[in-house]
Design a protein around this ligand. Structure first.
Ligand SMILES: CC(C)(COP(=O)(O)OP(=O)(O)OC[C@H]1O[C@@H](n2cnc3c(N)ncnc32)[C@H](O)[C@@H]1OP(=O)(O)O)[C@@H](O)C(=O)NCCC(=O)NCCS
Length: 162
């Protein structure tokens, strides 16, 4: 068994078989992720096991965004110019319900960070941002160093390492 991250392919991946326990996140994967990808709105990355590559263990959707400086902690905005900084938004992140608690959520988030660091090598990106659906999920992100923005308690950001 080897785990792999690949970009969602509607012909290859079993989107209908994915269930994370949050209907809106299952529905996004099934009905909207492919269209968003074709339209340049968000790119969805899926985690699969090479012994059963159609089965989606988890996914995350990424898109470009921006963050206003006043949303960040003072220590994170020192020396920054007075306009919004570029961001990568983790719009959605979910792990199949039967696979939760095995570290796959952490792997997906790590993959999103790695992709963001790679983007930063070719264009300016200062932070990642996520919208947590509730306080418990916000705690999941805080466990990885995300900080709450000033304006919205459930929107969190992570400075991207250079
Ligand atoms: C939230 C979610 C992505 C976590 O994925 P997971 O694979 O179960 O999490 P992991 O096994 O990688 O856990 C990594 C760490 O986060 C912690 N964690 C996991 N779920 C958490 C939660 N809901 N709240 C707080 N911490 C959580 C784990 O305890 C673990 O910490 P540890 O290493 O100190 O033990 C997953 O439970 C999920 O898909 N939930 C339903 C969809 C959802 O809520 N998505 C978030 C959208 S905003």
């Amino acid at each position: 068994m080897a785990l792999a991250f690949v970009v969602l392919d509607g012909h290859q991946h079993d989107r209908a078989g994915f269930s994370c326990g949050v209907a809106a996140l299952d529905d996004y994967l099934l009905r909207r992720a492919g269209r968003h990808q074709r339209d340049g709105i968000a790119t969805t990355h899926v985690l699969v096991d090479d012994t059963d590559p159609a089965r989606i263990l988890g996914y995350c959707s990424l898109s470009a965004a921006q963050l206003y400086l006043h949303e960040m902690l003072e220590r994170d905005r020192r020396r920054l110019p007075a306009y919004p900084v570029l961001a990568i938004r983790v719009g959605r992140l979910a792990v199949s319900q039967v696979q939760q608690g095995k570290g796959y959520g952490q792997l997906l988030l790590g993959h999103a960070v790695n992709l963001t660091v790679a983007v930063r090598q070719s264009m300016g990106v200062r932070v990642m941002i996520v919208d947590a659906k509730d306080a418990e999920v916000a705690a999941f992100y805080e466990g990885f160093g995300f900080r709450r923005t000033a304006g919205a308690a459930l929107t969190l950001y992570l400075p991207v390492p250079g």
